[in-house]
Write a protein that binds this ligand. Structure first.
Ligand SMILES: [Mg+2]
Length: 258
């Protein structure tokens, strides 16, 4: 690992760092306990949009990862805060049914939405849906994406992520999406405010060289890359991002804190 001064606070990615699918990464539980024991201000940041915050907390419990719901900042929760702050209440939610629960209280309106919120819907994407969203955008709806990741890691291999659809819609409708998850600085800032620490005192740990590491660096934090999850040496080398530190796995977290 490259030596850097110990950060005062940490932001940590979940998927690919603490688990892949239903497999806990060895040492993940000890790393979580280490943060708790040393009282390091920390928050888990996730772009996962396939689960509501409550379901995410349930999954972590089921995996035996002692992470409380209050320590998680998810992209859907950040998007909800944004919609409320902007007074946008009529929305098209391109989200799994379960994740729509994070938006309870807003009005679903597919014909005349004020905003379209895009998250992960797996293989439910098709031409009709893309075209309907395209028309909403041309009619003036704001485009909000919970992230714009290019791909993610499943047990079977890499899979195309929503970034491709978001960019296609931006291009066709001549608009620009607001990104609510990593690597958007608004998202990181929400997390930093909750830690009460300035960006320079905080490091972000993740398996995504662009979204986690590059994103954190662009917003003034240090970026730490773990060699698990979606990490691939050849993809990391091509990304044009130099991590401030690298860890083989989250089990080596103590190296970062000492
Ligand atoms: Mg990840």
């Amino acid at each position: 690992m490259t030596a850097i001064s110990a950060p005062k606070g940490l932001l940590l990615d979940l998927d690919g760092v603490f688990y892949v699918d239903d497999q806990v990464i060895p040492g993940a539980r000890d790393a979580i306990r280490l943060l708790q024991q040393r009282r390091i201000p920390h928050l888990y940041l996730t772009n996962t949009t396939t689960r509501s915050q409550a379901e995410l907390a349930d999954k972590l419990q089921a995996l035996g990862l002692p992470i409380e719901a209050g320590h998680i900042l998810s992209a859907p929760m950040a998007a909800r805060r944004y919609l409320e702050a902007e007074g946008l209440s009529r929305v098209r939610l391109v989200l799994r049914e379960s994740v729509k629960r994070d938006f309870t209280g807003l009005v679903e309106d597919d014909d005349q939405p004020e905003a379209v919120v895009i998250g992960d819907i797996g293989s439910a994407w098709d031409y009709e849906l893309l075209n309907a969203i395209f028309r909403n955008l041309v009619d003036g709806a704001r485009l909000i994406a919970l992230h714009r990741n290019r791909y993610w890691q499943m047990a079977e291999g890499l899979r195309l992520d929503i970034g491709a659809f978001v960019v296609g819609l931006e291009y066709a409708a001549r608009t620009e999406a607001l990104i609510m998850g990593k690597p958007a600085c608004d998202f990181f800032t929400t997390a930093l405010n909750s830690l009460g620490l300035p960006a320079r005192e905080v490091a972000m740990v993740g398996d995504d060289i662009e979204s986690d590491v590059g994103g954190a660096q662009s917003c003034g934090m240090r970026g730490v890359l773990v060699h698990t999850g979606k990490y691939r040496p050849q993809l990391a080398a091509r990304a044009g991002v130099t991590p401030d530190a690298e860890l083989k796995t989250i089990a080596d977290l103590a190296q970062l804190l000492d």
